[in-house]
Design a protein around this ligand. Structure first.
Ligand code: FES
Ligand SMILES: [Fe+2]
Length: 327
């Protein structure tokens, strides 16, 4: 498996003067602010294996709370209090760590490229950052974000109207190395609260998945982008998906910031509705007999997302698909 990629793990605001522990692919990692910027180390003192994240940051180094051994941003032990003479060479594993646009990224390798941030990167947009934690898998959580068909049920009233009326919609699925997207056209307007408050006429909707666990949605109107989200998901441990990301809106006079403000609480309601169904599925899947979920005729992206996560080229890259559905 290639390791040379960045994964978004926390908001910059999550790591202040105190260190913070995260789980990174099941491994405990401590994030702290060193003199050289954000640092990430395996969260275990080599001495008696205590969590470094329960210690303090002193002069940009992290101090174990048990006997005070200190480690620098590279994971090298720099002090053993009470020991006279040169400090013997001890070290804890370090991870690559950088901070971009209010989000912290960690890597188990040494990526040369800058991390991918969000779908409107470099454009004049308004962003809000969000964080969430869900009992699920990255595959299920990413599919959930990108799945338009659950919104009629899980988010009735919020993302969809109350009536059962549907529209014929064209869905084009395309992909390439490390990405797949579904573009929806033919849906003039959505009747949910979010759309009525924040959007005009909808011209197209795009749902996209990117390696390693990035799910993004773009809502386009006739004047350009209306709303977008890019969510970076990762499997913190077997049952937990952590996500950080951006909510994005166009900057349009005084209305832009106002809409961006309104988007976040509404988005959080949708998020809690999704968390509930994902938890239900995760809890329920444990009962024997074990079953694989059925991939229904409307689950356009499931196989592509699974392929990308496995480091393979998604089927849509070789064979773009067009579907007609009622949405
Ligand atoms: S356990 Fe960390 S200093 Fe002893
Ligand atoms: Fe949802």
């Amino acid at each position: 498996m290639r390791k040379d990629f960045w994964q978004a793990v926390a908001l910059s605001a999550d790591v202040g003067a105190k260190p913070r522990r995260i789980l990174f692919d099941g491994a405990p990692v401590v994030l702290f602010r060193s003199d050289k910027g954000i640092a990430a180390l395996f969260d275990r003192c080599v001495h008696r294996l205590v969590e470094l994240s329960t210690g303090k940051v002193i002069n940009g180094e992290i101090e174990c709370p048990y006997h005070g051994w200190r480690y620098d941003d590279q994971g090298l032990c720099t002090a053993i209090p009470g020991h006279v003479g040169e400090v013997p060479r001890y070290r804890v594993r370090r991870y690559g760590a950088i901070e971009r646009d209010g989000i912290i990224f960690v890597s188990a390798g040494t990526p040369e490229a800058e991390p991918y941030l969000h779908c409107m990167q470099g454009r004049d947009v308004i962003v809000r950052r969000v964080r969430s934690s869900t009992q699920s898998t990255v595959l299920d959580a990413a599919e959930n974000i990108l799945d338009a068909t659950h919104t009629h049920f899980t988010h009735k009233g919020l993302l969809r109207g109350l009536s059962a009326k549907r529209h014929l919609v064209r869905v084009e699925v395309t992909g390439g190395e490390g990405w797949v997207e579904a573009c929806y056209t033919g849906e003039e307007r959505q009747q949910g609260l979010i759309s009525r408050l924040l959007e005009g006429e909808r011209t197209k909707t795009i749902g996209r998945f990117r390696h390693p666990g990035i799910a993004e949605l773009e809502y386009w109107g006739k004047d350009g982008l209306a709303l977008a989200t890019t969510f970076h998901l990762r499997q913190a441990d077997e049952n937990t998906v952590e996500g950080v990301g951006w909510l994005i809106g166009p900057r349009q006079g005084w209305l832009g910031p106002l809409k961006a403000l309104a988007f976040k609480p509404l988005f959080n309601i949708a998020l809690s509705q999704d968390r509930k169904v994902l938890k239900s599925a995760s809890d329920n899947a444990r009962h024997p007999p074990l079953a694989s979920p059925a991939i229904g005729p409307l689950d356009f992206l499931r196989r592509d997302i699974a392929a990308i996560m496995a480091g393979e080229i998604p089927p849509a890259a070789a064979t773009p698909r067009v579907h007609q559905i009622e949405l």
